[in-house]
Write a protein that binds this ligand. Structure first.
Ligand code: UDP
Length: 487
């Protein structure tokens, strides 16, 4: 570890993720990466979220890593949130999101108190904690932004903002090319996020996030150079900003316990799942999951179930229903019994990384959350892309138009919220996409081979001497130089 080098003073970093699994999981991996390179890593979170990290921290500490957790009370009562509502996954009504963000903003002062008390050398804070740049500035320490997404997203958003190509388009379905980008990327007006087109209640926050990124020290990106080189170069050279691509951060999890215990407690025993997968041929199983937050309505879930019944491939399906739906009421009669041997259904939470890495997995139907997408890339599997909300449509465009390792299905409409109300893909469309992806057609073979190649590049990037490893090393060296002299 670098801390053993007497020339190096041990750096102390704060890591403050947004309280949502898609943000906490990768930020936690990042904190552990810093700790593994000799940095003292303090993870900041709220009482109800601490349990997400505790076991893994315990394991890391036993291995000698200097990693700990600092808890800040979340002011639920002050903003009228129910007690314990400290994670975006607990916010199930759009109205309460404003209260959640208000409570989040109230953490600025307590964070500054932690700066005062512990004098860290830098902070990595989620993009939604936009005020962290100002707070870090008061203590003359660098603030890094973590968006939880990729370089492609940054570049597309930048070009949409600069050139506003959607303004001349009247139809929601007519395609246009996003100007300025390294590749020909086609979008429709309906895919463009709402805040670009009209004034929304979130526009002020979007602007604050943008400003805080520009004023920050730079951006840490869970991606690797070889995945999207043209966009990494565009971000640095055309947009003129600083970024370190240090991913895929999920690959830092080497032992099966770390791979299995990410985020929530899995609904099934991981050994049971692995045994089930062991009984299948290589590349023969489709893994279906729509992330940690989104919930599909029963009518849409029924369409998926009907498609799965018809098609011939084995599958693992992680089901998350809307909160008020009666469990399993949407499934066709005797579905689970009929699918025995062919399909494994997991309710709510699965050990995703462990499943994806299993050699029997041959495809991934995903909502294109960036973590899932990148975990699919690492596993070397092609994808059926079914974006549901936020930046997922951009991630779909990266997979289908740049990497060319995926087939689209589902909605082409940008959505802010994570509960779907409509049926965006019917049984026949879903069945066709599965057969196309998992089958033996030329297109499928080509996607499979590209996906395998990317998986190999992802692993290389994080090895000693790989692009992400090297960028991370140069960041650590820069931080050593930057840090204030001891007083
Ligand atoms: N995840 C998991 N098991 C599940 C659902 C999700 O381990 O059943 C993990 C997944 O591996 C990923 C994260 O949760 O690391 C989800 O993040 P993503 O960006 O894909 O989507 P989000 O949940 O933010 O929409």
């Amino acid at each position: 570890m670098d801390s053993e080098n007497p020339q190096h003073h041990q750096l102390h970093g704060f890591f403050f993720p947004l309280m949502a699994y898609g943000h906490m999981i990768p930020m936690f991996d990042i904190a552990r990466m810093f700790a593994a390179r000799g940095v003292k890593a303090t993870i900041i979170t709220t009482p109800a979220n601490a349990c997400t990290f505790e076991n893994a921290i315990e394991r890391d500490r036993l291995l000698g890593l200097d990693i700990n957790i600092q808890i800040l009370p979340f002011p639920t009562e002050e903003v009228g949130l129910p007690e314990g509502c400290e994670n975006l996954n607990d916010v199930d009504v759009l109205d309460t999101i404003h209260a959640f963000f208000k409570a989040l903003n109230m953490l600025q002062q307590p964070l500054e108190q932690l700066f005062e008390d512990y004098q860290p050398d830098f902070i990595v804070a989620d993009m939604l904690l936009h005020w962290a740049t100002e707070s870090a500035g008061k203590f003359s320490i660098p603030r890094f932004v973590f968006h939880g997404t990729n370089m492609f997203w940054h570049c597309v958003e930048h070009c949409l903002d600069c050139y506003k190509p959607f303004e001349d388009i009247t139809s929601d379905t007519e395609t246009f090319v996003v100007p300025g980008l390294p590749d020909k990327i086609e979008m429709t007006r309906s895919q463009v996020p709402e805040h670009f087109k009209v004034e929304t209640v979130f526009n002020e926050m979007v602007q604050q996030i943008k400003d805080s990124e520009i004023k920050s020290y730079g951006v840490l990106v869970n991606s690797f150079y070889e995945l999207e080189p043209a966009y990494a170069d565009y971000y640095r050279n055309v947009m003129g900003r600083r970024a370190w691509q240090i991913g895929p951060v999920s690959l830092r999890n080497k032992n099966p316990v770390d791979k299995a215990q990410r985020g929530k407690q899995s609904a099934v025993d991981e050994h049971y799942v692995l045994n089930w997968l062991d009984s299948k041929e290589p590349n023969s199983v489709l893994y279906i999951s729509f992330g940690s937050t989104s919930r599909m309505n029963n009518a849409q879930l029924l369409e998926i179930a009907l498609a799965l019944e018809e098609q011939n491939f084995a599958f693992v399906w992680v089901i998350r229903t809307t909160k008020n739906s009666v469990e399993s009421s949407f499934l066709p009669e005797c579905f689970e019994e009929k699918m025995k041997g062919k399909g494994l259904i997991i309710k709510e939470w699965a050990p995703q990384v462990l499943i994806l890495e299993h050699p029997s997995i041959g495809g991934f139907m995903t909502h294109c959350g960036w973590n899932s997408t990148l975990e699919g890339v690492c596993a070397g599997v092609p994808m059926i892309t079914w974006p549901l909300f936020a930046e997922q449509l951009h991630n779909e465009n990266l997979v289908t138009q740049v990497l060319k390792t995926g087939i689209r299905v589902g909605t082409q409409k940008w959505n802010l919220w994570f509960e779907t109300e409509d049926v965006s893909a019917k049984k026949d469309e879903i069945e066709k996409a599965i057969n196309q992806l998992m089958g033996d057609g030329e297109e499928a073979k080509e996607m499979r081979s590209k996906a395998k190649e990317l998986g190999g590049l992802a692993r290389k990037a994080v090895e000693v001497g790989g692009s992400s490893y090297t960028e991370f090393t140069s960041l650590l060296e820069e931080l050593q130089i930057y840090r204030k002299p001891l007083t």
